[in-house]
Design a binder for this molecule. Structure first.
Ligand code: CUA
Length: 126
């Protein structure tokens, strides 16, 4: 009798274990609502990556890191901009885009002869 009880208890523990595995997996989509972290490198005269794809409704943090002096970031369509950033001083923008589309962004700090060519796009997909 005691053995049977023990076996039953073990079975219960096992069953609970199996229950918790799917429960754990179930909570993952909730965790993914933590902002998606994207790092963009800036150098004369490009952003890398220059094309950033995000989902509508997805919280996003973009960190801009310079590899050669001062640059900036401005995206009028999404009403985003950073202060000037430098090698030792990255800048971040936090946003959740709601309207699908392609939004051009530009360097927002005059960084040299190719400054006006330093562009990219944020593509918001449904
Ligand atoms: Cu980089 Cu202007």
């Amino acid at each position: 009798m005691r053995i049977i009880l023990t076996l039953t208890a073990r079975a219960a523990v096992l069953a609970l274990g199996f229950l918790f595995v799917p429960l754990g997996a179930w909570t993952l989509p909730v965790r993914s609502q933590e902002p998606r972290q994207i790092t963009v490198k800036a150098r004369k005269y490009q952003f890398d990556p220059a094309r950033i794809e995000v989902k509508a409704g997805e919280p996003v943090v973009i960190t801009f890191v310079s590899e050669d002096g001062s640059h900036g970031f401005g995206c009028k369509g999404l009403k985003l901009h950073t202060d000037t950033f430098k090698e030792d001083q990255p800048e971040k923008v936090t946003f959740t885009a709601s309207t699908p589309g392609t939004y051009e962004f530009k360097c927002a700090h005059i960084c040299g002869t190719g400054h006006h060519k330093m562009k990219g796009e944020i593509v918001v997909v449904p």
